[in-house]
Write a protein that binds this ligand. Structure first.
Ligand code: PEP
Ligand code: MG
Length: 585
């Protein structure tokens, strides 16, 4: 019998292989009582171990440099800094000399204390730093015990790494040729292990409760890094289904390679701009800029969330400049900080709220703390001198909010002009349509903005009163609901009437079943996670505007989402199978 376990999807992709367990070394340590005269010797051992461990971390950093970006290799710098941290060393020395224990025991105690402090931190990023201290402790211990952590050789067999957690130092010890997936008990989406897994392109699932007990080493598993599922001892049908999914993806991927670079035009020559959504400069560096016409959404909050304090204006300028450099002349739409709700900022505590998603989030926070908004807008404007930047406001609900933000932009622009600071004096200023009120009264806001972008992820949750993160009501979160279609139609028609560009940057922009409908409703700009671009481009190139409009009319007349879904999927499937058929001829 197969068994399904749930976890946090940390890196996308599907893997099928046996799980192999890896254990940490910190549990098995020699315990010795020492005399006062031995303290000095223990300290010497500690010093030597620090040198050895630093060397091996730096070696690993060097080894991983060809696979990882500069930012990701910094994980190893954090560890070296920790090893040389004066307080850490002083705490170890105190433990040895006060309690007269060997340094291995002192290490375990001190690391345990640090871990407890980090684990209790409210800031999730600080909590995840406890993994770094554990990893450093483990490496010091190996050095002290002269134990070479040997490289795992998988004997030519594919495997899925299973452990309490995935540590940065593990990456260098694994047979990466046969590593198909990573599953761990601990860890979060932003743990260093998860960041590494994403950078290495290995599907990963973290936070899977008791996975090591429920899936003993050697057990076959299917790891689905998209839905966050681990299937232990999969049955024949599940294996067939997932092998099929992997095959389909590989096949489609290979076929779509040519389509990627083709122009994004409909059969009757209408251009549909396809953009990429990114969460960081690093993401952007991996976007094939030739394939997209813009970076339609740069979610700046992720760069803020990865830090321990607010980035300064200069730091932000450098980040936005780097983004534009990576975009190679394509416009980059920087969305101002959209924190709160499901995206807490670790160093900026917001009060507990009964309904955080309906509460203090997005623009509401930025306007309550104008310094934050002021600094960010000033940084975007300064950076705009070096490329094509656009400003986008999240969670707009009222005209007053738009007016206040516009005033801030104007004031900063004037300021920069007065001090002859280079910037784009005509920077475009846009708003997200995520709140139904904004969609309904859009005609009143449009005269005050240069463009709008529809955030359907939030719009659907607010329109249908369904929390987008609550699995209990997940079946009610339905982007195919007739009201969603009507709302999209209303948004598009208002923007078109006002002559203002309108794009979609919510997840449905990357859903190729939706492409024909969106184009049929009048949208000519879609921005999505880069992985979906080729499929959507294939769709765009397979219909005429008249066909898309007729699909939109047909779908708008339907009363239930099942029927709408059927119409949209049938059209897309036909295009898809025709493409696969032609491509294989
Ligand atoms: C959206 O709500 O559709 C959107 C793009 O913003 P986010 O997913 O970041 O809330
Ligand atoms: Mg949103």
């Amino acid at each position: 019998m197969s068994r399904k376990l749930k976890g946090i999807p940390a890196a996308p992709g599907i893997a099928i292989a046996p799980i192999v367990h890896f254990h940490t070394d910190l549990d098995f340590i020699p315990t010795r009582e020492i005399g006062e005269r031995d303290v000095e010797g223990e300290m010497r051992r500690l010093g030597e171990a620090i040198t050895t461990a630093s060397r091996s971390i730096l070696f690993l950093r060097h080894e991983m440099a060809s696979t990882l970006s500069d930012r990701d290799t910094q994980i190893y710098d954090v560890q070296v800094n920790l090893l040389h941290d004066k307080t850490f060393k002083a705490d170890l020395e105190r433990e040895v000399s006060t309690n007269l224990v060997n340094v291995e025991v002192a290490l375990q105690r001190v690391v345990g204390r640090y871990e407890a402090v980090f684990d209790k931190a409210e800031d999730p990023l600080m909590r995840e730093r406890s993994a770094d201290i554990r990893d450093v402790g483990r490496q010091l211990l190996s050095a002290l015990m002269d134990r070479d952590r040997s490289v795992y050789t998988a004997d030519g067999q594919d495997y899925i790494f299973g452990a309490d957690e995935f540590m940065p130092s593990d990456a260098g010890l694994l047979d990466r040729e046969h590593l198909r997936g990573i599953v761990t008990v601990r860890g979060g989406k932003y743990s260093h292990g998860s960041i590494l897994a994403r950078s290495l392109g290995i599907p990963a699932l973290v936070g899977v409760d008791k996975v090591l007990a429920k899936a003993p080493s050697g057990t076959p598993v299917i790891l689905d890094g998209e839905s966050g599922t681990l299937i232990v001892n999969p049955g024949k049908d599940e294996l067939t289904h997932y092998h099929g999914l992997i095959r389909d993806r590989a096949e489609a991927h290979a076929r779509l390679i040519e389509v990627r670079f083709a122009p994004s035009v409909t059969l009757d020559g209408q251009h549909v701009d396809l953009g990429a959504n990114v969460e960081s400069v690093h993401d952007l560096q991996h976007v094939e800029t030739e394939v997209v016409s813009s970076i339609g959404l740069f979610r700046t909050e992720f760069a803020f969330m990865e830090r321990r304090q607010f980035p300064t204006e200069d730091e932000q300028v450098r980040m936005y400049e780097a983004a534009m450099e990576a975009a190679k002349g394509r416009p980059v739409t920087f969305r101002t900080l959209d924190v709160g709700g499901d995206k807490p900022l670790p160093y900026f505590r917001t009060p507990d709220e009964r309904n955080p998603v309906l509460g203090w989030r997005g623009l509401r926070i930025s306007l309550a703390w104008p310094d934050i908004l002021y600094t960010q807008i000033r940084a975007i404007l300064r950076a705009s001198a070096s490329g094509h930047a656009r400003i986008l406001l999240p969670m707009v609900t009222t005209l007053d909010e738009v007016r206040r933000c516009r005033e801030i932009v104007e004031t900063i622009r004037q300021d920069l002009a007065d001090s002859s600071t280079p910037h784009d004096g005509d920077i475009e200023f846009g708003i997200m349509v995520e709140v139904p009120a904004t969609a309904i009264a859009l005609d009143q806001l449009l005269p005050h903005v240069d463009f709008v972008s529809v955030g359907t992820n939030d719009l659907v949750q607010y329109l249908l009163a369904v929390d987008r993160d609550n699995p209990r009501v997940a079946s009610l979160y339905d982007p195919y609901h007739p009201a969603v279609l009507r709302m999209l139609e209303k948004i598009a028609s208002q923007a078109i009437r006002a002559g203002k560009p309108v794009s979609i940057c919510g997840e449905i922009a990357g859903d190729h079943y939706y492409t024909m409908l969106l184009v049929g409703l009048g949208f000519r700009e879609l921005s999505m996670a880069p992985v979906f671009l080729p499929r959507v481009k294939l769709m765009v190139r397979s219909f005429t505007i008249a066909e898309a409009e007729s699909v939109a009319t047909e779908a708008l007349a339907l009363t239930d989402s099942g029927a709408i879904r059927e119409v949209l999927t049938a059209k897309s499937r036909a295009i898809w199978s025709e493409f696969l058929g032609e491509a294989s001829n």
